[in-house]
Design a protein around this ligand. Structure first.
Ligand SMILES: C[S@@+](CC[C@H](N)C(=O)[O-])C[C@H]1O[C@@H](n2cnc3c(N)ncnc32)[C@H](O)[C@@H]1O
Length: 316
């Protein structure tokens, strides 16, 4: 089987420009700085899909325990009652926050600086991230895709392994510039817009959003998914990934997560500035139900410690 980025296939207009394999951004750096046994066992080869699997396996025991707790904790609960509605000023402040944070954003995903939570928690993080990336890869989103809130391009890069084109809509020009430099790909059309006002003017073969859903206020969830359904062709694919557990190690110690009674939390930048943002931890079955109402057949999975991801299609 030839590599899709090599030879004759590479000249096809739909051919992926690069193959990321199972690579997870930040994993190499984590492995390089992690104390033994991870580094000793792995030697120099820190970038292959096989190593992503190794780290998954290493935490398999922890995962099984976490899964058992999850079933007890998550089945049954979950409503849209997350307290007071979010004032418009918080949505504006959230845009300002991400503009100011753009240059330090990847520290969060790559578990660096204030987001380095130690070997075990970081290991769980990268294992869970590998699961989410694998789920996106398995969905194989082809054709013209829409990515909402693409940020620095962690998921854009991945979408480009299968997409013909990506329309990437984000409110932050700073995020978009970092994304553009990272993916360096003419197939991406960047749009600077506010997603609480923006509406699609065409339909896409697929829609993807990473770590955006948790920033959508509960009272806006229904209209948000109506917009998603309108943006998808019948049979079009949907993928989203986000924080799926209220776990304090998912963020920095100096920014406590909100309680279930509130949708708003305070975020801090490295220079100490603080901003109010929306942060919700939606239940999988609630998301499945909201999607079903607008004709989206979506299955939502939780990874053991950190994430949830939804994958599905718009009904034909
Ligand atoms: C948590 S980041 C997610 C980035 C990327 N998808 C990822 O997974 O790393 C949230 C993104 O939403 C963008 N954003 C915040 N408020 C927005 C709004 N009202 N409209 C559009 N984008 C917004 C930010 O600029 C930022 O890029």
């Amino acid at each position: 089987m030839p590599d899709a980025t090599d030879g004759e296939f590479a000249s096809h207009p739909c051919a992926p420009r690069r193959s990321l394999g199972g690579k997870v951004p930040g994993l190499d750096a984590f492995l390089a700085r992690a104390p033994t046994p991870i580094v000793r066992e792995r030697g120099d080869a820190a970038a292959s899909a096989g190593e992503d699997r190794t780290i998954v396996n290493e935490f398999a025991g922890l995962r099984r325990a976490a899964n058992r707790e999850l079933v007890e904790e998550r089945v049954g609960g979950g409503t849209l009652d997350t307290g007071a509605t979010v004032p418009a000023g918080v949505l504006e402040e959230m845009k300002d926050y991400y503009r100011a944070r753009a240059g330090e954003y990847d520290e969060w995903f790559e578990r660096r600086g204030r987001f380095d939570q130690g070997r075990e928690a970081n290991g769980r993080w990268f294992a869970d991230a590998a699961d989410a990336f694998a789920a996106l890869d398995a969905l194989a989103m082809t054709g013209d895709l829409l990515e909402l809130a693409p940020g620095t391009g962690i998921w854009t890069e991945r979408l480009l392994t299968t997409a013909t084109s990506v329309t990437a809509v984000d409110a932050s020009p700073e995020m978009i510039e970092i994304n553009r430099a990272r993916v360096d790909d003419e197939r991406v059309d960047y749009v600077v817009a506010d997603l609480f006002a923006w509406q699609p003017d065409r339909q896409y073969d697929g829609v993807c959003f990473g770590f955006w859903l948790s920033h959508v206020p509960a009272e806006r969830l229904d209209p948000f998914f109506q917009m998603i359904a309108a943006a998808l062709k019948p049979g079009g694919k949907l993928f989203f990934v986000d924080n799926g557990h209220r776990d304090q190690t998912s963020t920095a110690a100096d920014q406590p997560l909100p309680t279930p009674e509130t949708q708003v939390m305070t975020r801090r930048l490295n220079d100490g500035r603080t901003f109010q943002v929306v942060k919700n931890f939606y239940e999988p079955h609630l998301l499945t139900a909201v999607c079903a109402k607008v004709g989206l057949d979506v299955t939502v999975h939780q990874t053991p410690t950190y994430f949830l991801y939804g994958a599905g299609t718009r009904q034909g």
